[in-house]
Design a protein around this ligand. Structure first.
Ligand code: UGA
Length: 429
């Protein structure tokens, strides 16, 4: 099929690249000319495992091209995906400026029937709004459908998630739209759920909010474990063996971050409010999450007493492993608090240091975990990168001024570190 994907961010690029990989002809669109030039030359502006290769091979095969010409892309495709940014406004509301302006541009270019599919995570009833915008611009003269096909991709494993989804959700309003999308996804081996537009939008919001709730739930349990002397990892294991609960998203730690959960939760709470429902449960989820950042500071203070004048090594600044993304990363909050307390902070991360320095330039960056440990008064683990699990801990201990490890992701075995002579504090264990 002929597709265009408007918006070359994380979701748009992965969507465009993977559909091309599946044999479709895909045009990626973005208004930033420089990005388009880079992409056409195979330079990918984001770090996502495997994405460079998929983009390069599909560029070579001629199935994938990039342009800033929306009108041409719309003309040359049967289905147009909108996956532009939907940033949060200060009050939790979602800024739909980009979505609306893309809808207008698509409407102005409509040459005949096109299926327009929202792929960005958007507040419920945005599909309705896109429909209204297009109808207004075309004055009701063009045939089109709007559908919602939410993505459930995780950064760091987005290609795998795209190719092997748990489910595909299609929010449609006509048989024609359903037929086109079913055809597009016909080779996928997973349940396909067809709903109305608003229900599909809500499935996305409800899923992300539930996952965030699971994380805050286990973090609340971790706080009980700390007080009662129980082990949250074993509690999570024991709970997860119940198939109704499942083990995923029960890793206690410094809390969730990223471009999705914090923003989606705030937006969902806001939408609920607009609809006349006070979603107190989700406000509590947010509060528990925020408190986990502070908990790391507290554990540090309980261990080395004074933070002012100390040097703290932050191990991991990405909001999770396998990404260079630091948006809403716990490391931002924890570092700012440490600086506020008068500590000197240095940081190491395998991928996200450049982004981190842009945000907090006063933090010294280190070339590896050992340089980070050198003369630090404590190490604070904030991202569960695999490479941190296999560090030479004896060497780390020799390099540290004080052998203190605050493990905000529970990646180490408490007994092992304690036997080595570390002062070790995990979360709920
Ligand atoms: C999330 C969802 O998992 C995707 O399904 C969804 O498509 C995406 O948001 C989106 O809305 O676009 P993502 O933000 O990439 O994906 O990351 P996750 O893997 O879900 O992790 C989110 C945060 O939760 C990370 O900071 C991670 O460290 C934290 N987390 C995750 C925990 O603290 N504990 C856990 O057990 C799991």
């Amino acid at each position: 099929m002929r597709l265009s994907v408007i918006g070359a961010g994380y979701v748009g690029l992965v969507t465009a690249a993977c559909f091309a990989e599946l044999g479709h002809t895909v045009i990626g669109v973005d208004q930033v000319e420089e990005k388009i030039r880079d992409l056409n030359e195979g330079r990918v502006p984001i770090f996502e495992p495997g994405l460079d290769e998929v983009i390069a091979s599909n560029l070579r095969a001629g199935r994938l091209t990039f342009t800033s010409d929306t009108a041409r892309a719309v003309r040359d495709s049967d289905i147009v995906f909108i996956s532009v940014g939907t940033p949060a406004k200060g009050n939790g509301e979602t800024d739909l400026t980009a979505v609306v302006s893309v809808a207008e541009a698509v409407a102005e270019a409509l040459p005949g029937y096109r299926l327009i599919v929202e792929k960005s995570t958007v507040p419920i009833r945005t599909g309705e709004r896109i429909k209204q915008v297009i109808a207004l611009v075309t004055r009701g003269t063009s045939a089109f459908d709007v559908a919602c096909n939410p993505e459930f991709l995780r950064e760091g494993s987005a290609i795998q998630d795209f190719m092997h989804p748990d489910r595909i959700v299609l929010g449609v309003e006509s048989a024609r739209a359903e037929e086109l999308l079913r055809e597009l996804y016909k080779d996928f081996d997973c349940p396909v759920l067809v709903t109305d537009l608003t229900t599909a939008e809500l499935i996305k919001h409800a899923s992300n909010a539930f996952l965030a709730l699971k994380i805050s739930y286990i973090n609340a349990i971790a706080n009980i474990c700390d007080r009662a002397g129980a082990n949250v990892r074993l509690v999570a294991h024991g709970m997860g063996l119940d198939r109704r609960i499942g083990r995923a998203f029960l890793d206690a730690g410094v809390g969730y971050g990223g471009s999705c959960f914090p923003k989606d939760l705030a937006a969902f709470i806001r939408i609920a409010e607009e609809l006349g429902y006070d979603f107190r449960l989700l406000r509590e989820v947010e509060q528990i999450n925020a408190a986990q950042r502070e908990l790391v500071i507290k554990k540090l203070r309980d261990t080395i007493w004074v933070l002012s004048g100390r040097t703290i090594g932050v191990l991991g600044v990405a909001f999770k492993p396998n990404t260079d993304d630091i948006r809403h990363s716990p490391a931002l909050d924890v570092t700012r608090r440490l600086l506020q307390e008068g500590a000197t902070v240095k940081a190491y991360d395998p991928a996200a240091l450049r982004n981190f320095s842009r945000e907090i330039p006063e933090v010294a960056t280190c070339a590896d975990p050992y340089a980070l440990a050198q003369d630090a008064d404590a190490l604070v683990v904030l991202t569960a990168w695999d490479e941190f699990r296999s560090l030479d801990l004896a060497r780390i201990k020799r390099l540290l001024r004080r052998p203190v490890v605050i493990d905000g992701r529970n990646i180490y075995e408490p007994a092992q570190l304690q036997a080595m002579g570390f002062v070790y504090r995990g979360i709920g264990q």
